[in-house]
Design a protein around this ligand. Structure first.
Ligand SMILES: NC(=O)c1ccc[n+]([C@@H]2O[C@H](COP(=O)([O-])OP(=O)(O)OC[C@H]3O[C@@H](n4cnc5c(N)ncnc54)[C@H](OP(=O)(O)O)[C@@H]3O)[C@@H](O)[C@H]2O)c1
Length: 171
């Protein structure tokens, strides 16, 4: 039996737990964009249909799977999947070792219960409301790395990159 890929959620999250105020990403952080590009280059991705449509143009050298309930949706790049489990099975069939969930809120919520790893950019910004990232229960996750960067001329907000591993694997 082929083993399923590691499921990793990659997101930029405000200090009060939001990924967006509704449309688009609410900050412009070149360091985070480069981190996302570098981490996902050549990889298999799952994206909610809304985020997929926002990110058209970002998929060169990436393999997007679009999470949608609309069986008639035809992505211009990649394939559709009806569930996170279907995405894991499909990515496994293609030989992927890791599947990166790139959001948005719907895709993160669907994948969080079976996620193995989180790669989060914690942005020093308070949004107040918007699209939430699922709660990260400290009893379930261990932070394994952290790298801090202050605000500067090209970054209005300070940020840190952190990786978390699930303490008790779900499978
Ligand atoms: N800060 C970050 O790291 C980050 C990352 C990504 C996105 N974002 C932001 O997040 C926002 C979008 O988030 P969102 O929650 O509105 O949309 P989304 O998760 O990108 O897409 C939602 C769509 O995905 C499909 N979907 C979601 N859950 C599903 C499930 N369990 N099974 C099958 N299909 C499912 C549905 O598509 P159909 O309607 O086609 O059925 C749903 O309408 C945008 O503002 C985007 O910029 C932020």
């Amino acid at each position: 039996m082929t083993s399923l890929p590691v499921l990793t959620l990659i997101a930029a999250v405000s200090a009060d737990g939001f990924i967006s105020t509704g449309t688009g990403v609410p900050w412009d952080l070149p360091r985070d964009k480069e981190h996302f590009r570098r981490t996902t280059r050549g990889q298999w991705l799952i994206l909610g249909r809304r985020t997929y449509e926002e990110m058209i143009g970002w998929f060169e050298d990436r393999h997007p799977l679009v999470l949608t309930r609309d069986s008639s949706f035809l992505p211009t790049v990649g394939e559709t999947v009806a569930s996170v489990d279907a995405a894991l099975q499909l990515a496994a069939a293609y030989g992927a070792k890791e599947l990166f969930d790139c959001g948005g809120g719907g895709a993160f919520a669907a994948a969080m219960p079976c996620a193995d790893r989180l790669i989060l950019t914690h942005v020093d910004s308070t949004l107040g409301s918007g699209v939430p990232f699922p709660k990260v229960n400290p009893a379930e996750w261990r932070q394994t790395s952290r790298q801090d960067f202050p605000a500067d001329a090209s970054h209005a907000q300070a940020l840190y990159f952190a990786t978390y591993e699930r303490l008790h694997p779900t499978a």
